[in-house]
Design a protein around this ligand. Structure first.
Ligand SMILES: [Zn+2]
Length: 368
């Protein structure tokens, strides 16, 4: 803020002018964001986000029908391929927001933990710092680290206005609902006090094939969360999708691509609705990222991840909202980290998120 010298004998009319000037400056510096939606795609690789489908992986080994997969997702140029795979990313976010992590251009995003799998990644995203000593398993265990969701949930006007809808059933432990009481609808949990749409979702949850164990299909997670959004109007909502990771582990590249494609479609549905609602329109920021990367070196490495495999620490960020300069695909050489998401998320809402484990800094240039 510019320095304004107030002379004690300044005439009242100058004082008024000075006051109005201060008020104007303060207004122009305050953020428009009043709500944040955080989304994660488990183990979604930056390679497909920025380059679309990979031809070498569209083989009999990894897809059921390569002719159909090529027809659906293959285009000669990477620009066309990525737009075909994730049209919301490469139309709306590319035009109005920011996309970080295209390493071919030197724009790098990495996890800072040394584990390179899910729980450590979600811990880093939500708490803002890696914890290699204590968070080194995917087993359900109460997370000792406080997270940005509960930090915001304690702020005035945000109490009970923070929620999470997740496909992976382990999130109640990762977020630690026992400690903070945040609503986490995870795995195959039904909606409580269901409206008509939620009744249908509850019914489908018991009728659809369950080939992912305790983990819920992403379409159900999205629609449960979307109904909750419309009904309860949360200020911070977290969606965590899982299928990209699941189908990659299964070695089913066609299904991995299809999931990425319809999750991108969920984002489009969500964003279109947000821009039609008074509470959210022009006042909501969307942050999208992944918990870890996957391998890339050998033909089958895309299926796997973990600290023994190179490049699985490589991730990406997408940010869209009224306070984010429209840089599109960020082409400058830089190095960002997963631990920056928590502080950035809070900063959009005007809060400075800090704790003893020192969260990563706000992503420079993400907020006007
Ligand atoms: Zn995995």
């Amino acid at each position: 803020m510019p320095r304004i010298f107030l002379n004690p004998i300044m005439k009242p009319k100058y004082l008024i002018v000075a006051f109005l000037f201060c008020a104007l400056v303060a207004k122009s510096q305050s953020h428009k964001t009043e709500n944040v939606i955080l989304v994660t795609l488990d183990g979604m690789r930056w390679q497909e986000v920025f380059g679309g489908a990979e031809k070498r992986l569209i083989t009999k080994k990894f897809v059921g029908d390569s002719v159909q997969t090529l027809a659906k997702f293959w285009k000669e140029s990477a620009t066309d391929r990525r737009q075909t795979l994730m049209p919301f990313f490469w139309n709306t976010i590319q035009k109005q927001g920011q996309l970080y992590g295209n390493r071919d251009l030197g724009n790098k995003v990495n996890v800072s933990n040394n584990q390179w799998f899910s729980y450590p990644g979600y811990n880093e995203i939500l708490t803002g710092s890696a914890d290699n000593e204590r968070i080194n398993t995917n087993d359900p265990m109460d997370n000792p680290n406080k997270n940005v969701l509960e930090f915001i949930n304690q702020k005035k006007g945000f109490e009970g206005k923070v929620a999470a809808f997740t496909s992976w059933e382990t999130f109640p432990w990762i977020i630690n609902t026992k400690r903070n009481g945040i609503l986490v609808n995870a795995g195959w949990m039904p909606a409580t006090n269901p409206n008509a749409n939620e009744k249908l979702l509850n019914e489908l949850s018991t009728q659809l094939p369950n080939f992912t164990g305790g983990t819920r299909l992403d379409a159900l997670t999205f629609h449960y969360g979307f109904e909750y959004l419309k009904k309860n109007k949360p200020r911070v909502l977290y969606f965590s999708f899982d299928e990209t990771d699941h189908f990659a582990h299964e070695g089913e590249y066609d299904r991995y691509l299809a999931s990425a494609n319809y999750i991108d479609g969920f984002m489009n549905t969500l964003w279109t609705w947000l821009q039609s609602d008074e509470q959210y329109k022009g006042k909501t920021t969307l942050i999208i990222t992944a918990d870890h990367g996957r391998g890339n070196k050998n033909i089958s490495d895309w299926r796997h991840h973990g600290q023994k495999m190179a490049e699985c620490d490589q991730i990406w960020f997408a940010i869209l909202g009224p306070d984010t300069p429209a840089l599109g695909e960020v082409k400058t050489e830089s190095q960002l980290y997963q631990n920056q998401i928590a502080k950035t998320l809070a900063a959009f809402l005007g809060f400075d998120y800090t704790h003893e484990r020192k969260p990563g800094d706000v992503i420079s240039g993400s907020i006007k």
